[in-house]
Design a protein around this ligand. Structure first.
Ligand code: GAR
Length: 203
């Protein structure tokens, strides 16, 4: 195998997807290629980003699939059709069940906007994570890239990066700093690390 085939699962703006596309163009990701983007939201700007980069994209809406099981079956089918080796959750705001995650051990990555095990788990996503970090009064936060297993945000940690909290931070300001200083750097780096391992193993 020359390059691992990557599917990126998204729900919204897709700045982490953009960081991956840019890293691929810059040669930072060289052991993998972004082959597919799947969104669970038809209005996601991430779909535009995929389109602009010439990457195939699909929208899978849970309600149209009759619930979680049908939703996951549809995603599995797409992953099979596109011969995907690695799944990257990049701002994907839907929890995948154990019956899905167990089929891809060490083959699903997620980026989370805090230093796990702080401010993580079910219900902790997007701006809420930063709101809780500010409410707690921590002085340092950051981002984590980890493997995905059946426990929300509970899989093995691959990379983390710390980010300072500053006076006057709002959840929005903090979110932007965590993205710029941590997420957009460690996500491409972790994706390259895992793709390299997949290519070396040959499957
Ligand atoms: C990112 O901050 C990502 O870490 C977070 O949502 C944002 C998505 O932004 N994900 C989670 O909270 C998952 N628990 P993006 O669509 O611009 O990449």
């Amino acid at each position: 195998m020359d390059k691992a085939r990557i599917a990126v699962l998204v729900s919204g703006g897709g700045t982490n997807l953009q960081a991956l596309l840019d890293a691929q163009a810059a040669g930072i990701i060289e052991s993998g290629e972004i082959a597919l983007v799947i969104s669970n939201n038809s209005g996601a700007y991430a779909l535009e980003r995929a389109n602009k980069a010439g990457v195939s994209s699909e929208t899978v809406i849970k309600a149209d699939c009759g619930g979680q099981e049908g939703f996951e079956k549809k995603i599995e089918k797409l992953l099979e059709i596109h011969k995907i080796d690695l799944i990257v959750l990049a701002g994907f705001m839907s929890i995948l069940s154990e019956s899905f995650t167990k089929n891809y051990p060490n083959r699903i990555l997620n980026v989370h906007p805090s230093l796990i095990p702080s401010f993580c788990g079910k219900g902790y996503y997007g701006l809420r994570v930063h709101r809780e970090a500010l409410a707690y009064g921590v002085k340092v936060t950051g981002a984590t890239v980890h493997f995905v297993n059946e426990i929300p945000d509970g899989g093995k940690i691959i990379l983390q990066k710390a980010v300072a909290i500053e006076d006057g931070d709002t959840p929005e300001i903090l979110q932007k700093r965590v993205m710029e200083q941590a997420e957009w750097k460690i996500l491409p780096a972790a994706v390259e690390m895992v793709c390299k391992t997949i290519v070396e193993k040959g499957n």
